[in-house]
Design a protein around this ligand. Structure first.
Ligand SMILES: C[S@@+](CC[C@H](N)C(=O)[O-])C[C@H]1O[C@@H](n2cnc3c(N)ncnc32)[C@H](O)[C@@H]1O
Length: 217
């Protein structure tokens, strides 16, 4: 990250996203357990929390749990009887996340479901799960468009659909990428109003695609 970009990020982070014991503990536990540090940044985590609060979320669906760092932010935005269902293919990541939710005092609001997300999403639809207020897609990038198609029916109208890592280098190079296909797919949909929020990262720029699911008419 350029010096000036880092300075902007550090300013936002220090003022609005100071890290408490639960968050630093979650990252430390991930490192101890060899879970890769590919979680959202502190600033993006706080953004997710604010977005969840904005739609008054009581039910959140996350695709891609990792060690539960973003999940802690979502759980904090939920009321006491709220629920975060988070999907993870890797059983070890899921176990680390459960421990981190426990340490953060949010375990009663969270449920980690292990397995390929596309299968779990189909099961959620088949079992008539109540609709979600917010869906966050942050797993294997080539499957984003499939997750869009599977998860959108599970999102209530007036809810938010978020896609992470959506300003890849491929935007500059012209190469193909899963998240570019995803951006094109949400841009085409008349039932979504969408924008990409640029996100500062340790190494350059990334993006969070934010889509609002509109009521018909
Ligand atoms: C970028 S990480 C998620 C980061 C997390 N949201 C955070 O910010 O703390 C992506 C996660 O998706 C999981 N994943 C990859 N492919 C998956 C699939 N097909 N189904 C479910 N999870 C998958 C990976 O194992 C990894 O833990």
């Amino acid at each position: 990250m350029e010096l000036s970009t880092r300075a902007y990020n550090d300013y936002i982070s220090a003022l609005f996203a100071p890290q408490d014991d639960a968050l630093t503990g979650a990252l430390a536990e991930m490192e101890r357990e060899n879970v890769p540090g590919i979680n959202v940044s502190a600033v993006e985590g706080k953004l997710l929390e604010v977005l969840a609060l904005t739609v008054g979320a009581t039910r959140i669906l996350e695709i891609g749990t990792l060690g539960g760092y973003s999940g802690i932010h979502f759980a904090r935005a939920l009321p006491e009887d709220g629920k975060l269902i988070t999907l993870e293919i890797d059983a070890h990541h899921a176990e680390v996340a459960r421990r981190n939710f426990e340490r953060a005092g949010v375990v009663q609001k969270t449920e980690v479901r292990v397995g390929p997300a596309s299968e779990t999403l189909r099961r959620l639809a088949a079992t008539g799960e109540p609709l979600f207020d917010l869906v966050f897609i942050d797993a294997d990038k080539d499957s984003y468009t499939e997750y869009l198609n599977l998860a959108l029916p599970l999102l209530r109208r007036g809810g938010l659909l978020l896609g992470d890592n959506t300003l890849p280098d491929a935007v500059l190079t012209g190469e193909e990428s899963g998240t570019k296909f995803y951006n094109a797919a949400v841009a085409r949909r008349s039932d979504l109003t969408t924008i990409i929020i640029p996100i500062l990262r340790q190494h350059g720029m990334d993006g969070l695609t934010v889509s609002f699911k509109r009521s018909p008419g």
